[in-house]
Design a protein around this ligand. Structure first.
Ligand code: MN
Length: 282
């Protein structure tokens, strides 16, 4: 078993070290992580400049590789030949903020795992719902315990093709932890505000600020689970097709009045499995 560990908070982040250490119980661990904080950087493929890679030591003295690319670039580098040994699983995190609902396409933590899916390697993204951005003050004990429990479950079974897991862990003491819930994506409520400021040379610039996002804690969703003190495990895939819209759009005239022969709607639409959304893993 060869696990690639990465993150989006950068190679010096304590959450990366804690996760790498926890993954060693499952086999060989290779760390390839960005050289600075890419939080919110999304799914990136760097094509218009070279990518540099350096050997570094993590705080426990173990070897790691760091790149000036995005988290998804780090995964692509690793899977395209930077690492000699075949990678069996990509594990990303532990991020210092939750990645819930619509956060997933912004998230460098989650999109690193999406890049693994592009190359046919399954993965798990792990985020801690911390209110503080001071990562040195955070306790990663519960997050890495949940990460290890999820990875053990994944290795004992087999993720369906193209599926990856988005795991979020509440920032509570282990004694207060309620367990893991299988969830669907919930609804994030963003409270971003555009700040317009002036630089020392008199030029305007803009900064996306505002308050931390909240969410709608619907039962069965990642937001609902985290708000209730559970860890959430949400299975995701890269296919973003809006299947519920197919029958509606199938009624529209796409080729004009005369030519229209009707849109061919895919015959067998996948059933959205809302039933699994509430099932507790344990
Ligand atoms: Mn981050």
């Amino acid at each position: 078993m060869h696990i690639l560990v990465t993150n989006d908070d950068g190679v010096t982040a304590p959450g990366l070290l804690a996760l790498a250490q926890a993954m060693r119980q499952f086999g060989k661990v290779s760390v390839v992580a960005p050289d600075h904080d890419w939080s919110g950087g999304g799914h990136v493929k760097t094509l218009n400049r070279p990518l540099r890679v350096r050997r570094v030591k993590l705080a426990d003295g173990s070897d790691a590789l760091t790149s000036d690319g995005a988290p998804s670039d780090c995964v692509a580098l690793a899977l395209m030949g930077l690492l000699k040994d075949k990678v069996d699983l990509v594990v990303s995190g532990v991020n210092t903020a939750a990645n819930l609902g619509h956060d997933v396409t912004y998230s460098g933590t989650v999109t690193a795992v999406m890049e693994g899916i592009i190359w046919g390697v399954p993965g798990v993204a792990v985020s801690l719902d911390a209110r503080s951005s001071h990562s040195l003050e955070l306790d990663y004990t519960l997050a890495v315990k949940v990460a290890a429990d999820v990875v053990r479950t994944v290795l004992q079974n087999e993720l369906p093709s193209g599926t990856f897991l988005n795991v979020n862990v509440p920032n509570v003491p282990i004694e207060a932890f309620k367990g893991i819930r299988l969830t669907r994506q919930g609804l994030r409520v963003y409270r971003d505000r555009l700040d317009k400021r002036t630089d020392p040379r008199g030029n305007d610039y803009y900064w996306i600020g505002g308050d931390r996002p909240t969410g709608v804690p619907h039962e069965g969703t990642d937001v609902g689970a985290i708000f209730a003190g559970f860890a959430s495990v949400t299975p995701l895939e890269l296919d973003l097709t809006a299947f519920h819209a197919m029958p509606i759009l199938g009624e529209w005239r796409w080729n004009g009045e005369e030519k229209d022969t009707g849109l061919v709607v895919p015959a067998s639409l996948p059933v959205v499995e809302t039933a699994v959304a509430n099932a507790a893993i344990h």
